[in-house]
Unconditional design. Structure first.
Length: 361
């Protein structure tokens, strides 16, 4: 499914997330151009549950709240595990509350709804189910619900990935888009197009870790699944590298991996030479070159202030194209040497433009 989703995006086809009020059992075309995710593709959601959900929606209209959903569907088929999965993947986002509130309130709502369904199946009619003279009935009692803040973004995204295999609300690496552009030499999806034994620099998220030992000496090593914005690759961390990077091998951590590309097997692999957290990637920088050609004089004062705000020992060079078409490189004074950081690099790019800054690694 993940491969199909990626291919659809390449073709300009949007994959709409699962929605309790829009999705059917299977994937379906919407508006002749987009595809709506099918409920059967959500983890823990079975055919009987989906049939109950869709049948009630067709016969009685859209669901208005989690209480409305639980009151109308067959809770013997769509049990707590099913509903938790639908909440986690975002399929109930069109209802009243956020995911954290629905998840925390689910137990109370299910207890109440199950009681009502048992009474109805045994022929009992609640006072609040009885019709008034105008035929509209009494207002439904709403069970106690929990009012809490939404889950933090990493938790939301982790649940989405767990339930449907990909991210709906965004990607955990999206906030590192600039680092991906600055420091990586390739993307995972194009590794097969490169040469065997090429040196590769990748930034990705560790989505799976398998600890093992070598056959010969029984030395500790690890096999990682590393994911970037496009695909997943296997990273082999042999004993020598494992000894120095083992403390960084944590699930869902974002890391920089440097190593050799291995194309001798069916799928590409990276043989890691080094690995460290994304926060340390700026320590790789050995020099900054700023192209000041065409920059307004008024910006130089702001640039100087930025450099002074991050004192360090990394040299800064100014590049200038002269009217005679010659190129001049000037090394700034040591008082303007810097300690590279995300804040500094972003500040320079925001001030002058990304094309004006180049990094030596």
């Amino acid at each position: 499914i993940v491969e199909y989703v990626n291919e659809s995006e390449h073709m300009g086809i949007e994959i709409l997330p699962p929605d309790i009020n829009e999705s059917d059992a299977l994937f379906k075309v919407v508006d002749g151009k987009n595809i709506r995710f099918g409920l059967l593709a959500v983890k823990n959601v079975g055919k009987g549950a989906v049939e109950s959900i869709v049948e009630s929606r067709v016969s009685s209209g859209r669901y208005k709240s989690l209480e409305d959903l639980c009151r109308r569907i067959d809770l013997r088929l769509a049990n707590r595990k099913v509903l938790e999965s639908l909440i986690k993947c975002g399929a109930l986002d069109t209802l009243v509350r956020n995911r954290a509130q629905m998840f925390a309130s689910l137990e109370n709502i299910l207890e109440y709804s199950s009681k009502v369904q048992r009474e109805r199946s045994s022929g009992q009619i609640s006072f609040f189910d009885a019709p008034q003279e105008d035929g509209k009935g009494f207002v439904q009692i709403i069970p106690n619900t929990v009012n809490i803040k939404e889950w933090p973004e990493p938790q939301l995204l982790a649940f989405e990935k767990e339930m449907i295999g990909f991210y709906v609300s965004g990607h955990p690496l999206s906030r590192y888009a600039r680092q991906l552009k600055r420091f990586t030499s390739s993307q995972i999806d194009v590794l097969p197009l490169q040469k065997d034994q090429d040196t590769i620099k990748l930034i990705g998220m560790i989505v799976k870790i398998k600890h093992t030992v070598t056959r010969a000496k029984q030395e500790k090593m690890a096999i990682l699944k590393l994911e970037d914005l496009k695909a997943i690759v296997e990273v082999l961390v042999f004993p020598k590298t494992f000894q120095k990077v083992s403390r960084y091998l944590q699930p869902n951590s974002v890391v920089m991996v440097k190593g050799k590309l291995n194309l001798k097997e069916e799928s590409p692999k990276i043989l890691a030479d080094d690995l460290f957290p994304i926060e340390e990637v700026y320590k790789l920088i050995t020099g900054l070159t700023i192209n000041v050609s065409g920059i307004r004089d008024s910006l130089f004062s702001s640039l100087r202030s930025l450099l002074l705000s991050s004192p360090g020992n990394i040299p800064v060079f100014l590049h200038l194209d002269t009217p005679s078409k010659s190129h001049v490189h000037l090394l700034v004074g040591e008082n303007l040497f810097v300690a590279p950081s995300e804040q500094l690099i972003n500040g320079i790019e925001d001030l002058l433009g990304e094309e004006k800054l180049s990094l030596s690694l």
